[in-house]
Design a protein around this ligand. Structure first.
Ligand code: HEC
Length: 113
């Protein structure tokens, strides 16, 4: 039960990531709003301290707020390239453009909120 619920959340996250990706050409929204929107898909896992993801294994989710922007950017690129192997973060990183990665790194690296 818990497992299938979390799986449903993952699917929703993936669908959201795709919607974000297809919006890439859009220009209307400010960078701030766009980053806020992209960051919304990270909040569920990364902004609850001590939170754990239970699918497919139990992972402790690291806190990324306040990490250095360079570290966050390097980590996301490593997930994107497959150098880091966590399946969920790989799927998420692969849905992000380089620009979004830079924006997210600045957003979280700057302390967010
Ligand atoms: C479904 C839950 C989930 C979502 C959503 C998620 N993450 Fe993660 N993230 C994780 C887990 C679990 C790890 C630890 C993976 C590992 O052990 O390699 C992680 C690791 C990371 C790391 C590496 C942290 C470190 O200390 O090495 C970064 C950076 C990161 N995520 C950024 C993001 C960003 C940015 C987003 C939104 C675009 C996001 N994550 C969305 C679960 C998630």
């Amino acid at each position: 039960m818990t497992k299938s619920l979390i799986f449903a959340v993952l699917i929703a996250t993936a669908a959201f990531a795709q919607a974000q990706t297809s919006d890439k050409g859009g220009t209307g929204a400010s960078a701030r709003t766009r980053t806020g929107g992209t960051a919304a898909m990270c909040i569920g896992c990364h902004e609850i301290s001590g939170y754990r993801v239970a699918y497919p294994h139990v992972y402790h989710v690291p806190k990324i707020v306040g990490q250095s922007p360079k570290y966050i950017e390097a980590a996301l690129k490593a997930y994107q390239s497959g150098e880091r192997k966590h399946p969920t973060m790989r799927a998420i990183a692969q849905a992000l453009s380089d620009k979004e990665i830079t924006e997210l790194a600045a957003y979280y690296g700057g302390g967010a909120k």
